[in-house]
Design a protein around this ligand. Structure first.
Ligand code: FCB
Length: 440
């Protein structure tokens, strides 16, 4: 049977944690939270399956933090919900929202956990979409103000903070592929948001720096692109995939430029002053978060707009999302960050995990052996990078709880802890106990 005994071989100071995000767990029915683009998208595209209740973390957060602590984790990554802090406009703060995050952070700190808040994990207040959301740089500036507010209000309760979770999902997945809110399928919108979301990051970094207290990071999701075969056309298509999915963001942040192939397609849609803004975008950060799940097999496919590729999946073992197990990709990206971008920057693996079709047995236990295998394979990759001297500081399993998995609603379970969405009951799964065996 597969175990997580490798956990014993990590350095003492390496931080193991779990990750969640606001919209996916909190329940926006509670505490006077405002509407976000996800409420609207769910109504339009997901038959109304939304985050109204989610895991009701607002009422269950003490129990949830206890679960994290009892498993022996040392860190907790969560996000602030912008519409909970500012439900109606940019000025009137919701005191219930402030109170919630203060109590949450107290609970985290009193449990000897380290808080890793993210400022933005996708729940943009709906009012911003009425003025074109991330297509409008006004939103980026308001995001800078939000970052300032968060730092001033909660800043003495944490050390590390990240600005944005997964810029690729916010831009390409949501504005070109249309799979996430706001569900736009348009290359102009996509190109603009590819740049603007990075500009928003820069506004946030500037605001946080002015408060002078934090270790600032950003969280990128890297997906390994592998050419479907050795055909030149497919290899070229794979390069474009990699540039759009991965390098666009890391080149901008670490090098202050955009990769050439992707730029040749997208430049015409970018704001005129994009190069000046790239200087801001590349101002130094203190750590980088890497979210990693899987690979794609890339094949050339002609498209009018020049985005000439399609993504396929191969024949490796798959998760319930249909995502292949491809742990090698994780060490590939860890090494790439250090070798090609910044050989000193501390890396945190801020998300990694799998969806599994978990069901409690009649006794109420949840056996998620495949998830243990998935974690084990990825942890081995990290260990081998550590042994080669790469500076990786921590690992956050996605996710603490089964939760609202965006466009898939409640049908995909990523948790270490099973959630019964009818009554919010939490049942730790076997993978949870496997972590606690070695961490607690
Ligand atoms: C990531 C998201 C996270 C979750 C996982 C499965 O892209 O950051 O919220 O949905 O995928």
């Amino acid at each position: 049977m597969i175990s997580l005994s490798d956990l014993q071989n990590f350095p003492k100071e390496f931080k193991f944690g779990v990750a969640t995000s606001s919209y996916q767990i909190e329940g926006n029915n509670y505490g006077d939270c405002g509407k976000s683009i996800w409420d609207d998208f769910a109504k339009r595209k997901l038959s109304g399956i939304d985050g109204k209740n989610a895991c009701n973390h607002i009422e269950y957060f003490i129990e949830d933090i206890k679960l994290i602590k009892e498993a022996g984790f040392k860190a907790y990554r969560f996000s602030f919900a912008w519409p909970r802090l500012f439900p109606d406009n940019d000025k009137d703060v919701n005191l219930k929202g402030v109170d919630f995050y203060k109590r949450l952070l107290d609970e985290i700190n009193n449990s000897d956990l380290e808080a890793f808040p993210t400022i933005y994990h996708w729940d943009l207040p709906l009012r911003f979409q009425e003025m074109k959301g991330w297509e409008n740089q006004e939103t980026c500036k308001r995001f800078g103000d939000l970052s300032f507010f968060i730092s001033k209000t909660f800043g003495d309760q944490f050390e590390n903070i990240s600005t944005i979770n997964e810029p690729w999902c916010i831009s390409w997945l949501s504005h070109y592929l249309g799979e996430h809110a706001p569900g736009i399928k348009n290359i102009q919108s996509a190109a603009k948001t590819m740049h603007n979301i990075l500009f928003a990051h820069s506004q946030s970094v500037e605001a946080l720096r002015s408060c002078n207290t934090h270790q600032i990071g950003v969280v990128l999701n890297n997906q390994f692109g592998q050419s479907i075969d050795s055909n030149e056309e497919n290899i070229h298509a794979t390069k474009l995939f990699d540039e759009i999915h991965n390098r666009w963001f890391s080149d901008a942040i670490f090098k202050g430029k955009y990769p050439e192939l992707a730029l040749s397609i997208l430049e015409k849609y970018l704001p005129e002053n994009y190069k000046t803004q790239l200087e801001l975008i590349s101002s130094p950060i203190d750590w980088i978060g890497l979210n990693y799940y899987t690979r794609s097999l890339i094949k050339y496919k002609k498209s009018e707009d020049g985005v000439n590729y399609e993504c396929n999946s191969g024949t490796l073992k798959k998760t319930d999302m249909g995502w292949e197990f491809y742990p090698e990709g994780l060490s590939y990206f860890i090494k790439r960050i250090h070798k090609e971008y910044d050989n000193k920057i501390p890396i945190y693996i801020t998300e990694n995990g799998m969806a599994n079709n978990d069901k409690p047995t009649f006794k109420g236990d949840v056996y998620d052996e495949d998830r243990i295998e998935y974690f084990n394979l990825h942890l081995k990759e990290i260990l081998s990078c550590l042994n080669e001297g790469f500076s990786i500081k921590g690992y956050f399993a996605w996710s603490l709880l089964d939760n609202y998995e965006w466009a898939y609603g409640y049908s995909k379970r990523f948790g270490l802890v099973y959630v019964d969405f009818d009554n919010f009951k939490r049942i730790p799964k076997k993978s949870y106990y496997e972590f606690s065996k070695y961490l607690a």
